[in-house]
Ligand binder design. Structure first.
Ligand code: NAD
Length: 326
């Protein structure tokens, strides 16, 4: 089996590269490193089963090999990234998805789209089942991401219907774990980094808004099962255990033993008030449910961030010492 993973040098993509290699696939990672990093795949570089192509998938993708699966994960994904990269986000969701679908069609490969719970926008239905069509503000600042993903779902269904392509669509809810960037603007990396540094924790709004956090290993297992299934319609994968942002910040303070205080800041535009997946379809179709409890997952993520932040602090100290001695 040869599996192409676009966005394979990112947080989720690099975990998928690891998993598919472990499962015996040859993996071709296509990434332009706009929000990802070679650090995430450095341990795979040089392995016979792994190929890295540094390429923008919004441009034509040409790969001169047989391919069995195309997993399309390339896209800026954190609010900070897509607010800074609005046009690249729309291009990779539209042109990039078209190119990735074209590659799958040319190779007779199966295609899996990484969609998102953001297609539900600010939801009026709670928890969110796949049958809910969503409530997205197309012209708001977050619209670039939400609408690009909605377009990419429509394009995927069009390729399935028009060309008979074997397609899968996963709607991913907030996922966390190692290889997230400490400063990527998402709540958990920000809270953990701030707690480890004993700095004030920045809560947007009053912290009553809810999220449901899934540990990365659980998500990867859901993706593997969906790819192997026959399911063409979208499937939510996420952890239905819902928690307010305020309470997750308190949990992190407790798990890190931090002396950080909580500080409240204005809520960004169109920030969803609630977010919780209805995973009935994932349970019945894939036999999937999350297995990692939040405190267990958070402990692992905290260890990862502790290590990364130590490395960054040591590098900074060395640089300062060097500059002072120069
Ligand atoms: P990430 O930013 O870590 O990874 C995205 C990767 O895509 C990066 O390596 C980036 O360099 C690459 N990329 C972006 N534009 C590209 C382009 N034009 N050409 C080639 N490569 C490009 O983000 P992530 O959290 O790993 O998200 C991966 C995918 O999963 C995204 O499609 C995202 O929308 C989806 N998703 C993630 C979450 C989550 O909680 N992490 C939730 C919902 C959906």
């Amino acid at each position: 089996m040869t599996t192409v993973i676009t966005g394979g040098a990112g947080f989720l993509g690099s975990h998928l590269c690891d998993r598919f290699i472990r499962d015996g696939h040859d993996v071709i990672c296509v990434d332009n490193l706009i929000t990802g990093s070679e650090d995430n795949i450095r341990h795979l570089l040089g392995r016979r089963e792994f190929t890295f192509l540094e390429q923008d998938v919004s441009e034509h993708i040409e790969i001169d090999r047989n391919i069995d699966n195309v997993l399309h994960f390339a896209s800026p994904a954190s609010p900070i990234d897509y607010l800074v990269l609005p046009i690249q986000t729309m291009k990779v969701g539209s042109l990039g998805t078209h190119n990735a679908l074209g590659l799958a069609k040319a190779k007779g490969a199966r295609f899996l789209l990484a969609s998102t719970s953001e297609v539900y926008g600010a939801p009026e239905i709670h928890p969110q089942p796949e049958s809910y069509w969503g409530s997205v503000n197309p012209i708001g600042v977050r619209g670039v991401y939400d609408e690009a993903k909605r377009f990419s779902e429509a394009m995927t269904m069009a390729y399935h219907r028009a060309h008979g392509l074997e397609t899968r669509i996963i709607r991913i809810f907030n996922t966390y774990g190692s290889r997230m960037r400490p400063n990527d603007g998402r709540a958990l990396p920000a809270f953990i980094s701030q707690a480890l540094a004993n700095e004030p924790i920045t809560i947007f709004g009053d912290g009553s808004q809810t999220r449901s956090f899934c540990y990365v290993d659980d998500l990867v297992e859901g993706i593997v099962r969906l790819l192997a299934s026959d399911e063409v319609y979208p499937v939510n994968i996420g952890n239905p255990e819902e928690i307010s942002i305020l309470n997750v910040a308190k949990e992190i303070i407790q798990l890190t033993g931090s002396s950080s205080e909580l500080t409240l800041h204005p809520l960004p535009q169109d920030d969803p008030k609630v977010r919780q997946p209805d995973i009935t379809r994932a349970k019945t179709i894939l036999g999937w449910a999350p297995t990692v409890a939040r405190d267990e997952g958070l402990k692992k993520a905290i260890e990862y961030f502790r290590e990364v932040l130590n490395i960054q602090t040591n590098a900074l100290r060395e640089e300062i010492a060097y500059l002072q001695s120069a």
